[in-house]
Each structure stands twice: as C-alpha cells, then as structure tokens.
Design a protein around this ligand. Structure first.
Ligand code: G3I
Ligand code: 9MR
Ligand code: ZN
Length: 542
C-alpha cells in the first residue's frame, strides 16, 4: 500500500544535539510528554501551540517546544489527549555525523566506469560500467573516452550542468566547514593524499575534463539515446554512448567549477589544479568568442534528460566570479560586475539552471578590499534580503519549511536544501542568528518534520524512503536502497504515472510517493545530495 498517510507527530528522526532548539509538529494540539524510551520516565511535559491552518499540507498543524530537554538519551513524545506518540529519537552529542558522511558517500555509489568493490560498497557492489568510448552526436566516427564521473541520478546519464552544481556544493561545503569534512567515509584511497571529500570530487572533475572539446566548448551531456529499463544494473547498460552537442550553459558552468577547483586543489594536487585552471580559461575564451546559439535542446533522437536553460548569463556571471577569485585579473571582475547588473537572472539562486547565487557567494567570500564597495554592498544586500524572505516563508509554514505552496516542484527537496545553504552563508556573512536557526528548520524538515513524516534520506530515520527511482537500487535484488540518497520530494505538478494514479488531488506537500516508478517525486540526483552535504556539515557542527 503506497498511499501516503500522515504520521501524527513529526520531528527530526535523527534527533537533536543537547543545545539545539527542539520543536515537533503535530496534527492535534494539547498536553504532551517527553518520555525516556528506556526507563519510561517522563522527563518533560508541556503544551503545544493551538492548531494553525497550513496551506501546503492542507491540514491544521500545532507545534510543541521541548528545547529544555538536554540530557542525552532516547526518547518518545506522547500527545496525552490525542493518544499518539512519536517514533523513538535520540538526544545525543553528534546526531548528524553518520548521515553527513552517508550523504557524502552517496557520490561514491554513483561512480561510473569503475567496479564498486564490496570492501567499500558492501552489498551494493557492482562491476565496472559504461567503459566504451562515446561518439559525438551526428559524427559516429568521432569517438572519445568518457569513462569515470558520477551517474546523474536514478539514470546513468552524465550531464555537465548537473555535475557542476554537485561539485560546486561539495567543494563549498569543504571550504566553509573543513573541520566537518575531514573524516574518512570509506572510499578507495585516492592517488594523491587528500581528504575523502576532495578525493570524491576529484573523481568527478577528472571526468568533467573529458567533456571539453579542443576548442574550449563543453558537451552538454553523455548518455545513451534512451533511458534503460528501471531494473537495468549499470554494467548491463551497454547501448551506444553519445556526446550531445555543446552548450553555452555547460561551457560556462564548467569554466566556473574548474576555476573553483584550480583554487581549492592548488596546494594539494598542484598539477591537476593547473589542468583545471587551463580548462577554465579555455572555456571562458570560447564563451567570449562565441555569442550566438540558443539554449540546449535534445536532438530528436536523444530522449534522456534535457537540462534545458535559455539563460546563460547567470552561468557566465558565476564563471567570471570564480575566474576573478582564482586569478585576481581585472578583466574577470569587470565581466562579473557587468553581469551582476543584469535583470535577466537572480543573484541568489543555487540551482542547476539558475546559478547566479554561486557567483554572488564566490564574490562575497573574498576580502572586502578585493571588490568595489558598491558591488559588495549590492550583493550582500541581495543575499540578506533573500535570507529574510526565506525566514518569512519558513515562519509562515506549519512545518517551518521555506517553501510556498506553489514551490513543491520536481526536486523540491533541492530547493529546501539550497535555501538552507543560503541561510547558513547569510548567517555567517551578516552575523544574524535567525538565519542559522531557520537553516536548521530546513534540515529538520528533510529528516522528518514534514507533512508525510518521511525521512527523505535513504537508510536513515524511523520512516525512511525505501523505494527510490534509482536503477541500481531497483535492479540489485537487495531490499534496502543504496544509503544516503536524498529523494526529490513532494511535487504537486504530478509528472509521472505512479504519482498521477495515487496523488491527484493531494495538497502540495503531500504529493510524494515512496514508489520506485515515481521519478518525479522519488528519484535521487547528485545535485539534490550535494546541498544536503553542505547543510549536514553545518548541522553536524551546530
Ligand atoms: O520552475 C517551474 C515553476 O515555475 C512551475 O511553477 C513548476 C510547475 O510544474 O515547474 C517548474 O519547473 C519544473 C522544473 O523542473 C524546476 O526545476 C518543471 O515543471 C519540471 O518538469 C522540471 O523537472 C526537471 C526534470 O528533470 C524534467 O525535465 C527537474 O528539475 C530535473 O531535476 C530533472 O532532471 C532529471 C534529468 O533530466 C535526468 N536524470 C534524472 C534527473 C532527476 O529527475
Ligand atoms: O528513469 C528516468 C528518470 O531518470 C528521469 O528523471 C525521468 C524524466 O526524464 O525519466 C525516467 O524515465 C522514464 C521515461 O521518461 C518515461 N518512461 C518511463 C521511464 C522510467 O522507467
Ligand atoms: Zn556507469
């Protein structure tokens, strides 16, 4: 039975560290007790707020605050009058350490072109996949290596703009929270000594270099012509691989992440860092010499993900910002500054299509003296204003999530984690603590304090997602899905048949189904996991 049902008491199923604010939501109001689940002792009692209507979930929601409970232990919450209780959850020193590492390790499970050995992958091991060369679309005789990199999602395609967002988030996580990201996560030793987080990103960067043409432009994606069946294991997907045409958005996003990598890997992996930098500059050069061309569209015989995007200016802004931060050359600052004045895109989005936020974050991470003062204050004001509006959305929502009712789109959990990233960085840049606590509200939403009471990360929580639209998980015969994957989340547009048959008429926040066929609500992607790594690193230190 896949029909969604609401669990009545919703909280972060991973628990809380002693000093965190602790607030559950419930669909009934009244007295509640926090009970030690081992001793049966009631350690706290209180009352919830009254019920308030919540537009996204279509139900009234109350809140109960039990922040006063600080002693480590495992607990349940009971709503006395309604007679309902929560799942067991811990209060513990570092409740998010394991999930943080699992979110990061999910990239290892997405590796293409290498065997996943059982020493690292446990029961989710499989043979090397997608080893053949790919040909350039329309030119079957022109073939190049495309091995390595991460499978995008539940499918096996490798798409440049999606990869760029994913590596950017993980590099940013390391840059902002290095102390949270130095732990080994159980991946093979890299050729060069470096933290696992950078070794895993390096695996993707080496692949991305293969997406660049000699003239600097970058192929949009390398995929088979069509998606294989859902139970097809990676090594059984042997159809021809094809480089789809180049695109401006891919070339600019590639330039941005390569410039970022040139800076981040400079001291650790100097010779590769030089290659990344060279690749970034040649992509930028191509962009400056090639202005015409529409946004990417799938050639008629290619049916895999399109990642279409008609606006390239935000990717160019990001590239210019990263190139400036890495080289300090004024030409890049001039380009970034000019693009920052464009009205055509948002300066604050962190998506695969809308990348302006990465450019802004990059520039705001530089010393104040490295930017013209008016530019710096323009960007800081924009960032803080966006954070303010996230706080507003979050406060207006019954579950504290920073989504309006019409923002439950395909991959809504990415939007939630992106907004948490924005709030976290805004809190650091402005010193305003409400931003940090709103960021944690997004984290609590992802891990259970949501309408359906799901922990949206596989392998974790009392009610985890079990049936993601993820080919290796569907095809390997193992009941448990690959762990550490973030599900797309509620999508009120009902964009697949499983969702259509079971979710029509549901309120937006309930438009999720833990069914393997529901690719529009229950797939995973590298760029939904990546902002969650950033947020997890922050939460682990909170
Ligand atoms: O932005 C609009 C919003 O304004 C509007 O209100 C809403 C109504 O549905 O739609 C929003 O656009 C959605 C867009 O995602 C937002 O990013 C589109 O409907 C929706 O179709 C689109 O979905 C994309 C999907 O591919 C289909 O193209 C997802 O973002 C994207 O993550 C997903 O990516 C796929 C790859 O193609 C293939 N690999 C798996 C991957 C994940 O499912
Ligand atoms: O499995 C595919 C998934 O990875 C994509 O996100 C999704 C949208 O592009 O498409 C899925 O493939 C479906 C295809 O689009 C329609 N026929 C059923 C496929 C699922 O097995
Ligand atoms: Zn593969």
């Amino acid at each position: 039975n896949f029909l969604p049902h609401t669990c009545q008491i919703h909280l972060n199923q991973l628990g809380y560290s002693p000093d965190l604010a602790k607030v559950f939501t419930s669909d009934a109001a009244g007295r509640f007790e926090v009970v030690n689940s081992v001793s049966g002792e009631t350690v706290y009692s209180g009352s919830t707020s009254p019920l308030h209507p919540d537009h996204s979930s279509g139900m009234p929601v109350a809140r109960g605050d039990f922040s006063a409970v600080r002693s480590p232990g495992s607990y349940i919450i009971r709503l006395t009058d309604a007679g309902v209780q929560s799942p067991v959850f811990p209060i513990d020193g570092r409740p998010y350490q394991a999930i943080k590492n699992a979110l990061l390790k999910s990239f290892y499970y997405q590796r293409c072109g290498v065997e996943l050995e059982s020493a690292y992958a446990g029961p989710w091991s499989h043979k090397a996949c997608h080893l053949s060369d790919a040909y350039v679309h329309g030119k079957p005789e022109e073939r190049y290596s495309q091995t390595g990199g991460w499978h995008d999602a539940g499918d096996y395609g490798k798409y440049t703009v999606a990869a760029a967002k994913a590596v950017a988030d993980v590099m940013l996580a390391y840059e902002w929270f290095p102390s949270a990201l130095r732990e080994p996560v159980g991946i093979p030793d890299p050729e060069i000594r470096m933290p696992d987080v950078l070794a895993e990103v390096r695996f993707e960067l080496l692949f991305l270099l293969k997406m660049q043409r000699k003239d600097g432009a970058v192929y949009h994606k390398v995929t088979t012509a069509e998606f294989p069946a859902l139970d097809c294991m990676p090594e059984s997907d042997t159809a021809d691989l094809i480089f789809s045409p180049i695109s401006h958005t891919s070339t600019a996003a590639f330039a941005a992440v390569m410039a970022m990598a040139a800076r981040i890997y400079r001291d650790m992996d100097a010779s590769m860092a030089e290659n990344y930098g060279r690749a970034a500059k040649s992509a930028w050069k191509w962009l400056t010499e090639n202005h015409s061309g529409a946004g990417f569209k799938n050639p008629s015989d290619i049916k895999t993900g399109e990642y279409g995007d008609d606006c390239r200016l935000d990717e160019e802004y990001w590239a210019a910002a990263e190139l400036y931060r890495w080289t300090r050359e004024p030409q890049y600052l001039a380009a970034a500054q000019e693009l920052a004045g464009s009205e055509a895109f948002s300066l604050c989005e962190l998506g695969w299509a809308d990348t302006g936020g990465y450019g802004t974050l990059c520039l705001l991470s530089m010393e104040a003296g490295d930017l013209p003062a008016p530019l710096r204050s323009q960007l800081l004001n924009a960032w803080a204003a966006e954070a303010d509006s996230c706080v507003g959305r979050s406060a207006a929502d019954g579950f504290g999530v920073a989504l309006l009712p019409d923002e439950y789109i395909w991959g809504s959990n990415m939007l939630v984690m992106n907004r948490a990233m924005l709030l976290i960085t805004a809190s650091r840049l402005t010193g305003r603590t409400p931003f940090a606590s709103a960021a944690l509200d997004q984290w609590h939403y992802l891990l259970g304090r949501n309408t359906l009471g799901y922990c949206y990360v596989t392998g974790f929580g009392a009610k985890p997602v079990m049936n993601p639209h993820h080919r290796p998980s569907a095809g390997d015969g193992i009941p448990e899905p690959v762990p550490g994957m973030v599900a797309g989340g509620p999508n009120s547009s009902i964009q697949d048949e499983a969702a259509a048959s079971l979710l029509r008429g549901q309120p937006p926040a309930a438009c999720f189904i833990d069914h393997k066929d529901s690719y529009s609500t229950n797939e995973m992607t590298i760029y939904w996991n990546s902002p969650a790594v950033f947020v997890a690193a922050f939460a682990d230190l909170s």
